[in-house]
Design a protein around this ligand. Structure first.
Ligand SMILES: Nc1ncnc2c1ncn2[C@@H]1O[C@H](COP(=O)(O)OP(=O)(O)OP(=O)(O)O)[C@@H](O)[C@H]1O
Ligand SMILES: [Mg+2]
Length: 347
């Protein structure tokens, strides 16, 4: 069995482990699967894992993103067409459904599938047969459908924007991928994985991530989920010159502080947070060219006075944190880092 899940998917939260258990259960069952989750939560990765751990793993894994193709062309993409089926159809074409014969068809952004195509897809899912555009010959296939969406399909059904029969058929086995902000226990292990991945690619040696960085990453609400985290870490690795990851945290702060709080920060709270984080970034060095005062554009004495006024000192709670570091390779043991994958590995 390919160990795709084990190699590529990381997470330690109970929610993530439960998703893997579901994958474990559903992969060999050969039924349709509907994967729901916000953008960047790993829907495609899960779809690939389901295929890789199914009896179809030697067959093709074919993807069709319903949002990426103009709706007028979707029918032909999905089912194929005969020559002359429509203007511009100069040669016959095999659709993705047929290409996925003996394998899995991953229908991404299924919520974008036009209503008028839905009965034809339902028949293909249910009866495993369909006709190409411009043809009356019925084609039989053996395809497993895995669909994904970041829309609320149930809601769409109630608004008659998605057919109930297709929805029920596809959601025989639903998998819900929670947003990253609801499983922050996954963040450290994902950070570790991405730092190692990008450091290797960029030929850098990074052996730790300061605890205050981990804390800041755990506080961010990641609207773009794992993809956003991955992109952020890529930039962070690029920025890092030493052996400890030094990400552009201010970028994050801009989007974190405001939306994730119910009550907005006051100006002096903002000031306190900003000064404290700058100090953490400079390891509490205040003066000098690379010190916090220079970074904040203040004379050293003004910064010290302001720290006193705001009650910021290295001994205040939380201020010792930057000296802690999450080690990366070397001290990381396999079983420490990926206990959740033990289930998956056995699939
Ligand atoms: N558990 C995980 N461990 C490691 N990497 C992950 C994990 N989940 C997702 N990723 C990575 O995050 C990125 C986004 O994942 P994926 O493309 O599967 O998300 P998606 O839900 O399909 O996103 P979208 O809705 O935008 O299409 C990919 O680069 C993927 O490799
Ligand atoms: Mg996707």
């Amino acid at each position: 069995m390919p160990k795709l899940v084990e190699r590529e998917m990381f997470g330690e939260s109970a929610q993530f482990k439960s998703v893997l258990e579901h994958v474990n259960l559903v992969a060999p069952a050969d039924c349709a699967v509907l994967i729901q989750g916000e953008t960047g939560t790993g829907k495609e990765l899960i779809a690939r894992a389901i295929h890789a751990h199914s009896a179809r793993s030697n067959g093709p894994f074919v993807t069709l993103n319903c949002a990426a193709i103009p709706s007028g062309l979707l029918e032909s993409e999905l089912f194929g067409h005969e020559r002359g089926a429509f203007t511009g159809a100069f040669s016959p074409r095999i659709g993705r459904l047929q290409s996925a014969h003996k394998g899995t068809l991953f229908l991404d952004e299924i919520g974008e599938l036009p209503l008028e195509l839905q009965p034809k897809l339902l028949r293909a899912v249910q009866e495993q047969e369909f006709e190409k555009l411009g043809s009356s010959q019925t084609i039989r296939v053996d395809v497993r459908i895995v669909a994904a969406t970041n829309q609320d399909l149930e809601q769409m059904v109630s608004e008659r924007r998605f057919r109930a029969d297709l929805y029920y058929r596809l959601s025989v086995f639903p998998i819900l991928l929670p947003p990253l902000r609801d499983r922050i226990e996954d963040i450290p292990v994902l950070v570790r994985h991405f730092v190692q991945q990008f450091a290797r690619r960029m030929n850098k040696t990074i052996d730790g991530v300061p605890q205050h960085v981990i804390d800041a990453l755990c506080r961010h609400d990641w609207p773009g989920n794992i993809r956003e985290l991955q992109n952020f870490i890529e930039r962070a690795v690029l920025f890092t010159e030493g052996r400890l990851l030094s990400p552009p945290l201010p970028e994050l702060r801009r989007s974190v502080v405001a939306p994730s709080r119910q009550t907005p920060l006051t100006l002096s709270e903002m000031e306190r947070v900003h000064i404290r984080e700058t100090l953490e970034e400079t390891s509490w060095v205040i003066g000098g060219r690379a010190g916090a005062a220079a970074r904040l554009g203040l004379p050293r004495t003004t910064l010290i006075a302001r720290m006193q006024r705001l009650g910021i000192s290295r001994d205040t709670p939380g201020s010792r944190v930057p000296r802690l570091v999450m080690p990366l390779a070397g001290q990381m043991r396999r079983e420490d880092s990926r206990p959740a994958l033990a289930h998956a590995a056995g699939m």
